[in-house]
Design a protein around this ligand. Structure first.
Ligand code: SAH
Length: 405
């Protein structure tokens, strides 16, 4: 965690338990409310000094009076000047993306904890930048103004929007707010990933509009794709559009009609690459559809599974693994010999570890009487970095397997 500076004597102090202190010593960035021993008169969203049960200084953090995550560490040292630290970290996040993002004008510019800016997400979609504020501490005019100025200077967007998740604001006990333009008046654009174009409506869609964390997995899946393909949980068609040029036929399935309407417009946008090939979009409950298809003996050469998060907490782990197994088992039964399975476990499912997921897949392979080769073990795109000692920041898994028999 970056540099040490002098402590402003005015920083309120939060005292934490030995368990909370151990967590920080293990390199984690969060302390839960149950490990806060005292936070008397600490205003919501303050920059606070953290001390352990004996009063020893442990670092500087952002405090939430409402969230179960009461403390999000900013530095193991002291922070004299939050605005300067904030600007430095925003600049570092932007410069990291300039170095690592290739073949895309859409990517995550700031990824909360993983850019040492807990509670802040910024995504770029070509000339529209979208920000999301997730904590009390980041919900300030100075944060918005600094971001608008820095993002304008370095990325020159036509517009900057703020996307609001009302549930997050409620949990953080922040006043209600609606998604809106913060600068400029452009609300839709077209962005490109790996040569594939997508419509973007800055004030609609899930997350900030797209699943940018899958960007590198779309490209990775392409060389394996072949024959008839099924993209299950397709949203705006990210996988389907990438795979279509290599496949004889592609079907995308999702339960959201608005998502499929965008997917269809995306197919039109890419008609040149698709060479007149039509992608079929199906509005269906994927669980029911896969059950029906598997029992009726439907067969595919390429199947993508990218379901919504199953495990929101550790308690849901067993149920989540059963859900994943059911889906993957059905897909495996439907794959022709030589076929390919691209299977993902996405956002918030970090409770399902890589070993758990692979064990589930191995068991599904046995039940389906298939021999699988694991050809790629993948995660979220590099613009969504992972903090090694904060497992929650590694939230997307994507495995590519081929079926031998
Ligand atoms: N593969 C997509 C992201 C998928 S996100 C991409 O790369 O962009 C999960 C998707 O599952 C969402 O689009 C959501 O609408 C859809 N979904 C959720 N429950 C579903 C269900 N029961 N059946 C089909 N689709 C579902």
């Amino acid at each position: 965690m970056p540099a040490r500076t002098a402590v402003p004597s005015s920083s309120p102090v939060v005292r934490i338990s030995r368990r909370g202190a151990d967590r920080l010593a293990q390199g984690h960035a969060w302390v839960y409310r149950s490990d806060v021993l005292s936070a008397d008169n600490v205003p919501p969203g303050s920059l606070v000094a953290i001390v352990d049960h004996r009063g020893k200084k442990l670092g500087t953090a952002l405090y939430s009076s409402a969230s179960q995550i009461a403390i999000r560490l900013l530095s193991h040292g002291t922070v004299a000047d939050f605005p300067t630290l904030f600007r430095d970290r925003v600049a570092q996040a932007i410069s990291y993306r300039q170095r690592i993002v290739r073949d895309s004008d859409a990517y995550r510019v700031i990824s909360s904890e993983a850019d040492f800016l807990p509670g802040l997400i910024v995504d770029r979609y070509n000339d529209i930048v979208s920000l999301q504020i997730l904590t009390q501490a980041m919900d300030t005019e100075i944060v918005r103004a600094t971001l608008i100025s820095m993002l304008t200077q370095s990325l020159h967007p036509a517009s900057i929007v703020e996307r609001v998740d009302p549930r997050v604001r409620e949990l953080e006990q922040l006043p209600p707010l609606t998604s809106s333009l913060l600068q400029g008046d452009k609300t839709s654009t077209i962005f490109t990933m790996n040569g594939v174009q997508f419509h973007h409506d800055a004030l609609a869609g899930q997350k900030t509009g797209a699943f940018l964390d899958q960007r590198e997995n779309y490209a990775a899946a392409v060389p394996y794709a072949d024959g008839e393909a099924l993209d299950v949980f397709c949203y705006h068609g990210g996988f389907a559009l990438h795979l279509a040029p290599r496949c004889s036929h592609v079907t995308g399935v999702d339960s959201s009609r608005p998502a499929l309407e965008v997917a269809d417009r995306n197919a039109t946008l890419n008609r040149t690459q698709l060479n007149g090939k039509e992608i079929e979009w199906m509005e269906a409950n994927a669980f029911d559809l896969l059950r029906d298809y598997a029992t009726s003996g439907r067969a595919y050469d390429t199947i993508v599974l990218d379901p919504p998060p199953f495990a929101k907490s550790k308690r849901d782990l067993d149920a989540a693994l059963r859900g994943y197994k059911e889906l993957n088992l059905r897909a495996l039964k439907m794959l022709r010999p030589g076929g390919v399975l691209v299977t993902c476990s996405c956002s918030c499912s970090y409770h399902v570890g890589q070993a758990d997921f692979l064990e589930m897949l191995a068991s599904a392979a046995i039940d389906a009487h298939r021999t699988l080769r694991l050809v790629e073990i993948r995660g979220q795109a590099q613009d969504h970095p992972i903090l090694l000692n904060v497992p929650e920041t590694a939230y997307l898994k994507c495995f590519i397997l081929d079926v031998n028999n």
